[in-house]
Design a protein. Sequence first.
Length: 426
Amino acid sequence: MSHQHEVYSDDYARAQDQADPLRDLRSQFHIPLHEGGEQAYFCGNSLGLQPRGARAMVEEVLDKWARDAVEGHFREPAPWMPYHELVRNGLAGVVGAEPSEVVAMNSLTTNLHLMLVSFYRPTAGRPAILMEAGAFPSDRHALESQLRFHGFDPASDLIEVEPDEADGTISMAAIERAIALHGARLALVLWPGVQYRTGQAFDLEAIARLAHGAGAIIGFDLAHAVGNLPLRLHDVDADFAVWCHYKYMNAGPGAVGGCFVHARHGDSARPRFAGWWGHDQKTRFQMGPAFAPSHGADGWQLSNPPILGLAPLRASLELFERAGMGALREKSVRLTGYLATLIDTRLADTLQVVTPKEPPRRGAQLSLRVAGGRTQGRALFEYLSQHGVLGDWREPDVIRISPAPLYNTHADVLRFVRTVERWRSA
């Protein structure tokens, strides 16, 4: 049997899954069903699956509310007053930070605006913000609105780095050129960890070094990177980062967001929008008029956290701690490599992988351009969905398939490829 046929076989996929040291983690998630069997679910880049432990965490909060009411803020187990601290160490491990540098709060774009209040401090000579062209709209809306708020014109002061590679991806050389060209005017660089449309992953350390070398602040939007790639936010010297927890972090729809503030800024006098939950907890309940920020990222909190919203994140973080980001990344590289190999050998006339081929330049997501444009793309997407294979669609002709290593398998990948083949031959 040729290697091409071997990797296409059920036996090969089954053997890979049986040898997977993380194989037991799949059973810790609710896998959606389709016609009596499990779906092949590839939408972890949009909404991660529910950890089986999430219900118990939520019910613990509901039971405490019913039983203890306001006293639930202080009574064990898991009192609500310090509840956000229960996710601190787990988050620090996932993003490569010191515990005091991370906090779960608000939503991604709210946190981005809060960070921009502190870290986007434009002057007449340095008003510009640099980002990638084709960014997720929420980021662009936030940056454009901040520029206008400060009295600057996005037409001249929002600098977007255009893709310079064949499949719509951006080379490090292009980023370096843009920062060199505009560096004297740059107040801030905001860059994604993983670009949402192409699935391209970036060298955050190199980008942070370039931004700082130009005298700019560097912030990262890690919506598609957190829980996907091993991150080292402290070591790469990011000034700040923001992310959501409903994608690879599996904390539920609209889950509480996350925020990183580097330790060197943790006790700084930078301006910020303040709220009482960011006040030093030792004196918070003295209810004084003067704001004294908590140490670290906690000092950017505004309101007491939504306990019901944090509960599923606790359940998910337990699984990340059990697996370890290193092992998850190793499995992710195997899964995406398997998917890319099968597409190249069996579906090259139907699907084009636009995500970079090199593993360091991609995470779990492969963005697949469908031959024949939007009409063919939508037809394939709907056929996959009707047959229990769920990816997600991005206009005009891309299907994103994201094997999440916590719960996806080689068998899922093989099922995707075979379903595309059936559609093609129908």
